[in-house]
Design a protein around this ligand. Sequence first.
Ligand code: ATP
Ligand code: MN
Length: 466
Amino acid sequence: MPQPTKYRKRIKDLLVSEEYGVPVTIKGWIKTRRGSKKFSFLEINDGSCLENIQVVADGGLPGYGEIEKLSVGCCVRVEGKLVKSPAKGQTVEVHASEVFVYGWSDPDEYPLQKKATSMEFLRQVAHLRPRTNTFGAVFRIRNALAFAIHKFFQERGFIYVHTPIITASDCEGGAEMFQATTLDLDNPPRKDGKVDFTRDFFGKAAKLTVSGQLGAELFAAAMTDVYTFGPTFRAENSQTPRHLAEFWMIEPEMAFCDARENADLAEEFLKYIFRSVLENCRKDVAFLEKRNEVDLTARLKKLVETGFIRITYTEAMRLLKESGKSFEFPPEWGKDLQTEHERYLTEEKFHGPVVVTDFPKEIKAFYMRVNEDGKTVGAMDVLVPGIGEIIGGSQREERLDVLRGRIKELGLREEDYWWYLDIRRFGTVPHSGFGLGFERTVLFATGMHNIRDVIPFPRVPNNAEF
Ligand code: ATP
Ligand code: MN
């Protein structure tokens, strides 16, 4: 592994080093200090891994009086040498020849002083929580997942495209969208009693995107296999542990791909990324498993090793009705699956991931491909235990006449979709894709219970703080 600078070793690398006696420089934050007039033990962490490295500082060191004052949160540089540790539970430690303090941290004021800090409290100090063991583990796993996602697609020849964040196209699904405007909200220009968006920045109303799909489709119609991985925004007022106003989504889109191949890819994809967490984040997973009281390793292994159940929406509805369970929302053909239904199917009925396909067209978007029966569309939702829906996708309607019919049927305006219809006009192609919610993926892999705790700075109704 290349080192960050020739003057600093990452703790992660030092902990597996056997270069005893070699001079080393480490830099990081104090987790604990204990000791006496004779010597101090410093536990230091730099975020590269869950474990701290132990530094032994002898009472005879110059400036030992300062070392004695070190407390949790202080930032230090330690010069010393690596030695085989006599203590249990660690293989190496550092014997300091110098401890330099970059930054003090007043123990009476440092918010992470107390041991038992609740998740609610830590959300209020989201700017400091990456320094805790829990959030360090969560964000290393998040990082590993992001890397695995790119690796999966790049290994398969997919092209990464960057679809816009600001969209002035009217067709993405209005009510849930955030407005992006430079108009003076106290005194907007008006015309015929309405705000005149022709005088706004883009010459028309603009919003923040809820999905990169439509743009990805345009690229799939040229480059065959593409994917996006970017932020999306939804102004839905859902105060649930599974919804954010700003979240990240991964959206592959494939030409020459039908609904079945789409589901195959989704399954292969999820298995690949969760396998990489099992392989590369063993210690963080083991830590969170205990911390969250979730059988994480078993959960991940099961997903990686067993085939996903595939059922149609119609079958799912039948199973829900036959379950004899009393749901808050009684299952009924034509109604959308609720989280309680999703969790019954994946946690109680099948004990594993379930792909539900072929939903009634009335509850799905205009672009989903109409099936032979004329009543359902080639949609799929992938449900996983503990979360519910993690992926939503479909085969897209590639037949120009059918798509125009759907747009009309739903009271949408064809002129808003001219560019979308163009790819059906010029060399149309059967194609499919799906969207994986990144934070729900991190939830599944970390066993955290609230989606606000798997994104660095959660944006939810009434909260957009650092
Ligand atoms: P749900 O029914 O759970 O609200 P959805 O049907 O609105 O989700 P899609 O539009 O299909 O979701 O989006 C694709 C994926 O994005 C979902 O499967 C989910 O993983 C994720 N997702 C959707 N909305 C949110 C949100 N508000 N916060 C976090 N992730 C989300
Ligand atoms: Mn969905």
